[in-house]
Design a protein around this ligand. Structure first.
Ligand SMILES: CCCCCCCC(=O)SCCNC(=O)CCNC(=O)[C@H](O)C(C)(C)COP(=O)(O)OP(=O)(O)OC[C@H]1O[C@@H](n2cnc3c(N)ncnc32)[C@H](O)[C@@H]1OP(=O)(O)O
Length: 210
């Protein structure tokens, strides 16, 4: 049982645009925080100002991230997803497109907040990006599901601060199970991470709109 309810408020266009802008500023703030050379006193002063801003936002707090109206299925309306959601400051965010033949593609650059080994992307972040891309490829078959297995193979370090590509495609559907694979590649075209995954449409969602 989750502490976050399933029922969601739906944002109008103006509010969605304003909150998207807010998330972009908070994303910049996160990067500024990990890179700042401000001294202790300045960092403490800025922390106090941010605490005041957080209190302003929390004054009207929702119980769950909101949705937007476009899209027939719930996953199309979810704009606070941690990989692709423009409303989520934690998300890079990565724009992922699905071609008519079911291939998911995205281009993205990851900054210092996603660092694992010095100057390279954290392996868990790469896995998260691939989980999302492969999940979208699975959903494109018409059988959206939850990740049951995700296997990643880290072939070489994934560089920060340069344009990366992610690509994914489903290979087969067996009842409620969908198998998919994908890669992240560096600007030189070499694959840095490969992934295979199996998604299962939960029995409880078979008759719902998920
Ligand atoms: C477009 C959006 C993209 C989103 C991408 C990101 C997606 C996510 O992050 S999802 C979050 C992470 N995943 C989860 O939290 C999933 C947690 N697990 C579950 O909810 C359930 O175990 C779930 C949905 C995987 C399967 O549940 P359920 O529908 O009850 O399956 P169940 O009836 O027990 O089993 C069905 C079949 O799957 C198999 N199976 C179930 N779970 C697994 C598993 N983890 N690994 C391998 N096989 C499995 C069973 O053995 C059974 O096989 P068979 O048909 O051959 O007997």
């Amino acid at each position: 049982m989750s502490a976050i309810p399933m029922e969601r408020p739906v944002l109008g266009d103006d509010e969605a645009a304003a909150l998207t802008g807010l998330a972009a500023r908070v994303r910049e703030l996160a990067e500024a925080t990990v890179l700042t050379g401000a001294g202790a006193a300045e960092a403490a002063a800025v922390a106090d100002e941010i605490a005041a801003l957080t209190a302003r936002l929390t004054a009207e707090r929702r119980g769950a991230p909101p949705f937007v109206t476009p899209g027939e299925r719930r996953m199309d309306r979810q704009i606070a997803n941690p990989v692709s959601g423009p409303l989520n400051p934690f998300a890079p965010p990565i724009g992922l497109d699905v071609t008519s033949d079911g291939v998911v593609r995205g281009e993205f650059t990851l900054g210092a907040v996603y660092e694992g080994p010095p100057s390279y992307v954290h392996g868990g972040v790469s896995a998260m990006v691939l989980d999302q891309a492969l999940g979208m490829a699975a959903a494109a078959t018409g059988t959206p599901g939850m990740t049951a297995t995700l296997e990643t193979r880290y072939r070489r370090p994934t560089p920060l601060g340069v344009p990366l590509k992610v690509e994914a495609k489903a290979s087969r559907v067996e009842g409620r199970k969908v198998y998919a694979s994908g890669t992240i590649s560096a600007p030189d075209g070499r694959v840095t991470v490969e992934a295979t995954a199996m998604f299962i449409m939960p029995q409880r969602f078979v008759t719902s709109e998920y």
